[in-house]
Design a protein around this ligand. Structure first.
Ligand SMILES: Cc1cc2nc3c(=O)[nH]c(=O)nc-3n(C[C@H](O)[C@H](O)[C@H](O)COP(=O)(O)OP(=O)(O)OC[C@H]3O[C@@H](n4cnc5c(N)ncnc54)[C@H](O)[C@@H]3O)c2cc1C
Length: 484
């Protein structure tokens, strides 16, 4: 089947109801639920881009199985040109949500594409797991499947230890093996896009390393979201049913985060990719270089998001007429620096890309790690702060769309115009600035960027342990030991 249309994505969600709970209510149809439907529309719009005659070439490639055009994020990159094409395609999708949808499907597609490109890694566990990975990748590609994943186990306590405190009643646990497959029970966080995906992938997260004997929590698999026993519990929706004018981001890009419960769920053997091998489970990210490919997608989206924040900041300055104030210039200049730094990381990752042992071209991890870490920990929270500092009271002096149709409209139109902009355009812009920096939608964005790539503290601990610092130590020793 060629790349999907948005309507085909929506029809599949409708035809395969899954167990989704939101604020005490079991959701009948995720495509019409007020808290979820606009996120569905946003994902559908991404799929439709693959059929836009002006973009089709850019968004797809010829399927190795059928020759039909299929989503480009499923292509295993072999050349620098392959990577460039991917970047263009991923940027298109990232711009469609101003970088606000971390789970545009290319994120998960990048993982399984990298796994398929390194499928021999899985054969080290069992030969049939390689076949499972390759077949699954083909299934995803040929059906343009939308995926979510949930990697982190819920824990009852968090005493510092090298491994998690996983208890069988809480963490997702392999409880039985049958002729039909593996049976799992427990819970995982946090499946973003879960209720509106077709499939859910489960595997360990690199930052939460499994203990040497923890074979009961060592597995990797993927199953349909409507598999019996899989239950999604949503947080409150950030789409409050307002207009695009009032909530320009929240009314469009709610990708929903969920806790997932597994009530004795059967995973068919053909959907199992790793089982019981702690070492392979702990090291799949570097072993397959899937961390390089997802990191590349993330860095690309973060660059788009930085450019969006820069554009937003500059429009705020223009609208308020504050561009001649030195500290305002300094704040916008800071955003320019962030943009150029993020771009430099992306370009460096491409320039230093190397084939891995399986012949798949992999963007360099150093610049990816640097860009991702800085973005989530420092740059993005600071970007939000800058938008707040630039916008100040205009982020609150914010008439709703309805105010322009009401008895207070004359005052709104008169008093809220600026030298460069009428009240309507000013309010439209500042609703966007508010939704990017002050609303509950924006709060979740900051948390997402900080945490979605795994616990940053644990990631830093891993970097500290694994990074080859010896060449730099040697330089210092040489200086200390120099005679003159
Ligand atoms: C908006 C959002 C979306 C997300 N989407 C996804 C998704 O789609 N799929 C997915 O798999 N995950 C997702 N995540 C989950 C993310 O991977 C986890 O939040 C992250 O790995 C941290 O785990 P935790 O929340 O359990 O942290 P906790 O373990 O609850 O940590 C709480 C605090 O304790 C500290 N801490 C706890 N244990 C340790 C330790 N052993 N060593 C050092 N510090 C420790 C942490 O630093 C933190 O400050 C998402 C998270 C967010 C916020």
């Amino acid at each position: 089947m060629p790349a999907r249309t948005g309507q085909e994505y929506i029809d599949e969600l409708k035809n395969r109801p899954r167990e989704v709970w939101i604020r005490g209510e079991r959701v009948d149809d995720v495509t019409t639920h007020p808290g979820l439907k606009n996120g569905v529309k946003a994902v559908a719009a991404l799929y439709d881009m693959q059929h836009d005659p002006t973009l089709r070439e850019e968004m797809t490639f010829a399927s190795p199985s059928t020759g039909d055009p299929v989503g480009l994020s499923f292509q295993i990159p072999r050349t620098a040109d392959d990577l460039m094409r991917k970047r263009e395609m991923m940027s298109r999708w990232a711009w469609a949500s101003c970088g606000m949808m971390g789970r545009s499907p290319d994120f998960m597609n990048s993982i399984f594409t990298a796994w398929a490109g390194s499928a021999d890694y899985f054969a080290q566990d069992r030969p049939e797991f390689k076949k499972n990975v390759l077949n699954y990748h083909e299934f995803l590609r040929e059906n343009d499947v939308t995926l979510t994943h949930a990697l982190v186990n819920l824990q009852r306590s968090r005493t510092p230890a090298s491994a998690d405190n996983l208890t069988e009643e809480v963490a997702l646990t392999a409880v039985k093996q049958t002729d039909a497959g593996l049976v799992v029970r427990g819970s995982r966080v946090l499946a973003t896009l879960g209720p509106i995906s077709d499939e859910i992938a489960i595997y360990p997260v690199a930052s939460h390393r499994l203990a040497d004997d923890d074979w009961k929590h060592s597995f990797s698999f993927s199953i349909p979201c409507d598999t019996p026993g899989v239950k999604f519990l949503c947080r409150e929706s950030l789409d409050q049913g307002r207009s695009h004018f009032d909530h320009p981001l929240g009314s469009r890009f709610e990708e929903m985060d969920t806790v997932v419960f597994f009530d004795n769920v059967l995973v068919p053997w053909e959907r199992v990719f790793l089982l019981g091998n702690v070492e392979l489970c702990n090291n799949y990210g570097t072993g397959t270089m899937s961390n390089s490919h997802t990191g590349y997608q993330v860095l690309n989206r973060c660059l788009v998001k930085t450019e969006f924040m820069l554009g937003l900041a500059d429009l705020i300055v223009e609208t308020l007429g504050s561009g001649s104030i030195p500290h305002i210039q300094e704040q916008v200049a800071e955003l320019i620096t962030y943009r150029d730094m993020m771009r430099a990381c992306l370009r460096a990752a491409e320039a230093d890309a190397r084939p891995n042992q399986y012949g798949m071209l992999c963007p360099a991890m150093g610049p990816i790690q640097a860009g991702r870490t800085l973005f989530g920990r420092t740059l993005y929270p600071r970007m939000i702060e800058i938008i707040q500092l630039l916008g100040t009271s205009s982020l609150m002096a914010l008439p709703a769309e309805a105010d322009f149709e009401s008895g207070i409209a004359p005052e709104v139109n008169h008093y809220l115009a600026t030298d460069s902009t009428d009240a309507w355009e000013r309010s439209k812009l500042f609703h966007l600035a508010w939704d990017a920096s002050c609303s509950s939608f924006s709060g979740r964005q900051v948390l997402y960027e900080r945490m979605f790539g795994g616990n940053p503290v644990r990631n830093a601990m891993m970097l500290f342990s694994n990074y080859d610092k010896e060449p730099f130590r040697q330089q210092v020793r040489a200086f200390l030991n120099a005679d003159d």
